[in-house]
Ligand binder design. Sequence first.
Ligand code: H79
Length: 418
Amino acid sequence: MVLRPEPTPGDTSWFVRDRFGLFIHWGLYSLPARHEWVMSRERISAEAYRKYFDHFDPDLYDPDMWAEVASKAGMKYFVVTTKHHEGFCLWDSKLTDYKAPNTPAGRDLLRPMVDAFRKRGFRVGFYHSLLDWHHPDYTVDQYHPMRDNEEYIRKDSERDINRYVEYLFGQVRELLTQYGKIDIMWFDFSVAPSERFPGKGKETWQSERLIKMVRELQPGILINDRLQIDQDIKTPEQYQPREWLRVNGKPVVWEACHTFSGSWGYHRDEATWKSVDMLIKMLIDTVSKGGNFLLNVGPTGRGEFDARALDRLAGIGEWMKRHSRSIYGCTQAPEEFVCPQDCRYTYNPDKNRLYLHVFSWPFKHIHLDGMAGKVEYAQLLNDASEITFKEHEDGTLTLNIPVKAPDVAVPVIELFLR
Ligand code: H79
């Protein structure tokens, strides 16, 4: 029996088929180029941060190229930071001056991106920060850049977080009414209370009312879990769950989000870049547990994907070109199929095919316990070359594999089940 996630209010049918998306973190923090949390980490005041606003000039921005690169990597949807915690808006919001059109960029940067990705068949997702370190009514909490500034904290008594929340509602309304059909609304995040400061969660954000508004404006939309009320998607961040994510014991729709290098925003000097091989294995591992994979790129302040990102995306695309069949429309294999060592199974329930991903290529044979009599035909997915097999009385099916592994990042054997 194939596991199915619990139904949710939104339409997840496309989401669990497409499996692979692009996250984009682009904002003023691409100029300091040392993590999107730079304002908080370095306790930078809104005034001191202003220099990035004044110098934001992405003259090489080419969203058509972004969409092309993502499409070639095999991605099917994208989620872009309309506003990150720093408060800067990529679109032409009528509710603030702190927006791309007022920087040297001089225009709405969101619309051409949405158009370019849609043109290539992408579903559209908006990331929107609940935190806002620029808004004058946003009160201090444990992450706020001014959390050590007593004078700033004292003025909290003059701040009215409800005025900020009104702004939040107004901006979400703009985003969901001016850019056509939006498929995902990705809110980030609810703040836990600390010793010194109260938290901000579903009461502060008025999450119930916000969700209601989002659903009225965009029926069918998917909403993530960070408003402190679970909706359509659980979103583990930079970590791989050991098994299909469950809530109250039941499997749910989930999406792992990951970076190339630990930073979401463009980070010039970050050295911990994952290899193409590792990223492909993370994608496979996620789908083998019934999840989606949302992989992030942080474009530069000039508006480009840097060479390291392009290299990884091209490498993933090279693999996806021949192996996407083991990703799209696939999910965790039914429990009866016991996965051999160093491998991952994915399963396409419509086609009744099982995909054996071999993370470490063994010598000559792979033994599949209990599979005798269940396989009609087997082949390597990269070149459709037959894999012969022998069935044993104890129920084992032994695949005869070449000594030399196929020259692909992760070889996949496609098993056509009876
Ligand atoms: O937008 C991306 C992150 O900026 C945001 N969510 C993704 C999608 C996010 N990352 N972490 N958090 C939200 C929660 C807070 C984590 C923290 Fe830290 C750990 C804050 C301080 C320590 C990591 C290191 C982030 C800043 C410094």
